[in-house]
Ligand binder design. Structure first.
Ligand code: IPM
Ligand code: MG
Length: 386
């Protein structure tokens, strides 16, 4: 009888894959393709289980975040996410049941309070940036740290109600609708996200720009006070407080001044898409939303910062790079495989250097570039991994 010796296998990494709506399934397919190449090259075992979310889940199971999808996410080491939402189907369900709310619920249920969006201009994409070369300096490389479990998105009351209103003094009161959102943050919510930003900055260029609207908003006054207090625990890191309107302007004027940009959920929502445009396309910007480590693993939700892009869905033209880099961030942050993450990031760089471009980052007329589809981009990156 022959015996075979086998090297002990590392335990499988459990990943929940939620492709969702619009371009979600297309970009997810490419990210999984790259992950399969990772398995071969690094002898890792990835146990990837797909589950429905968003309209895909409403159609199959009657709700945007089915219980079994949530349960799968809870028992996985990380969640790889595509996109949710199809604006033209919104009238089909009450707003509380829409896919975007399901995503917020998922973030909350998993305790994911820290949203990280690394914004990097690949030198090869200098032409795809709307900024003139002199404004790009030596390259844009910043990290958006966005609070993601509190603030305007989550706080109550949140409602629309009829109220009586007189158009002018003395005029008869008429019934009008009044919509209310609440912006609320506790000092502990601000503290924990501030720590994430300062620790990240400590490992980078040691500067945090904290964005707020402290000349008007109560939440921002508390935000600035707490962030400034926490900054004293990180004497090596410089803190700069900046009003959000100034930050929006400075991002386009001199993006190279930023290292870590810390903000609440609302300001981060706006500034992160602006920053993505500066580096060529929203299709390039990954997003990692993390919670506190659980049994040594940081459960996290990883996907593109952009949405479902229904206008280009199903056409095999979307850029899968944000999703592929999100998969790299998952391997780094949730599973601790920094070298594997770097290999994926390097493969993306190699493919960009070779001239492969999806439509969003293609420069018409450029002779050395090759316009490719979603799946061709995924193939090329997977190939560069092997
Ligand atoms: C994002 C998205 C989400 C958000 C939506 C889909 C709820 O825009 O991740 O940036 O606003 O957080
Ligand atoms: Mg957004």
């Amino acid at each position: 009888m022959s015996t075979t010796t086998s090297t002990p296998q590392a335990p499988a990494l459990k990943i929940a894959a939620l492709a969702g709506d619009g371009i979600g399934p297309e970009i997810m397919r490419e990210a999984i393709k790259v992950l399969r190449a990772v398995e071969k090259r690094f002898a890792l075992t990835l146990e990837i289980t797909e589950a429905p979310i968003g309209w895909a889940a409403i159609d199959k199971e009657g709700m945007a975040l089915p219980d079994r999808t949530l349960a799968l996410c809870k028992e996985s080491g990380a969640v790889l996410f595509g996109a949710v939402g199809l604006y033209y189907r919104d009238p089909e369900v009450v707003k509380e049941k829409r896919p975007e709310r399901a995503l917020l619920r998922l973030r909350k249920q998993l305790g994911l309070f820290a949203n990280l969006r690394p914004v990097r201009l690949y030198p090869e994409l200098a032409d795809a940036s709307p900024l003139r070369p002199e404004r790009q300096g030596d390259g844009i490389d910043l990290l958006m740290v966005r609070e993601s479990m509190g603030g305007l998105y989550y706080a109550y009351p949140k409602k629309t109600e009829p109220v009586m209103e007189a158009k002018e003094a003395g005029a008869p009161a008429q019934e009008v609708l009044r919509a209310v959102d609440t912006m609320a943050l506790t000092s502990s919510e601000i503290e924990r996200i501030a720590h994430v930003a300062f620790r990240a900055a400590w490992l980078r260029r040691k500067k945090v720009t904290s964005v707020d609207k402290a000349n008007i908003l109560e939440t921002s006054i508390l935000w600035r006070k707490v962030v400034t207090e926490i900054s004293h625990q990180y004497p090596q890191v410089i803190l700069e407080n900046m009003l959000v309107d100034t930050a929006a302007m400075q991002l386009v004027l001199r993006p190279t001044q930023f290292d870590v940009v810390l903000s609440d959920i609302t300001f981060g929502e706006i500034l992160s898409d602006e920053a993505a445009a500066l580096v060529g396309s929203l299709g390039m910007l990954p997003s990692a939303t993390l919670g506190y480590p659980r049994e040594g693993q940081t459960c996290g939700l990883f996907g593109p910062a952009g949405g479902s892009a229904p206008d280009i869905a199903g056409k095999n033209v979307a850029n899968p790079i944000a999703e592929i880099i999100a998969a790299a961030l998952m391997l780094r942050y949730s599973f601790g495989f920094d070298d594997v993450a770097k290999a994926i990031e390097t493969a993306v760089g190699t493919v960009l250097s070779a001239g492969f471009r999806t439509a969003d980052i293609f420069t018409p007329g450029a002779t050395k570039l090759r316009k490719v589809s979603t799946s061709e981009m995924g193939d090329a990156i997977a190939e560069a991994m092997s």
